[in-house]
Write a new protein. Structure first.
Length: 196
């Protein structure tokens, strides 16, 4: 295995993907550690999507099995720029994506993705659950063979292209989602800290 300084660099396909995810999560954990509930739910602009009590949901497709739901609206153009979202929404979106994809790839493939995650406005609770889901996903992906990575439909998550793509493409997509939403969360946290 090649090394850079004291760091070993994996070159196998699954190793590269898992390391990309786990290292990105490690950097993000450091950036997002100690977040307050106010930061988590901060709405610096009007009409932002967030996690909120069911009775206070602002979107027609808000979902979740419990008292709290995550805002969503499927009526618009899926390729149009979306609304601004809170850190809570971004974390909830990632948490439901990781939990749902795990269920529909490595689990029973039976739980409605909209019912998998109990949402909360507690930053500590949601961040702890997100890191656990990322770790669980990474550990499961780590065990895959090249044949499984290349298999079309290895994952069956019904809210994505999983049944139509080689699984390696889904793993890459999940990594990209985590990297970009966690970076957005870090930026929102910076803006919260420097707000007037």
């Amino acid at each position: 295995m090649p090394t850079v300084g004291q760091m070993e660099i994996r070159t196998d396909r699954v190793g590269l993907l898992v390391e990309q995810l786990t290292e990105s999560a490690m950097f993000s954990r450091e950036r997002l550690d100690g977040m307050t509930d106010d930061e988590f739910c901060w709405e610096p602009a009007p009409a932002m999507w967030s996690i909120r009590r069911r009775a206070d949901a602002t979107t027609p497709d808000a979902s979740g099995p419990g008292e709290y739901v995550i805002d969503f609206d499927r009526s618009g153009d899926p390729f149009a720029p979306g609304p601004l979202t809170t850190i809570a929404w971004r974390v909830g979106h990632l948490l439901s994506g990781f939990a749902g994809r795990y269920e529909w790839t490595f689990g029973s493939r039976s739980i409605d993705p909209k019912q998998i995650v109990e949402f909360s406005t507690s930053a500590e609770e949601m961040m702890t659950r997100l890191w656990a889901e990322i770790d669980r996903w990474g550990a499961a992906v780590e065990k895959l063979t090249d044949e499984q990575l290349d298999m079309i439909g290895f994952g069956q998550y019904p809210q994505g292209l999983d049944p139509e793509l080689p699984f390696i493409g889904i793993v890459r997509w999940v990594n990209r989602e985590a990297i970009h939403h966690l970076a957005e969360a870090a930026l929102l946290r910076d803006l919260y800290r420097t707000r007037k």
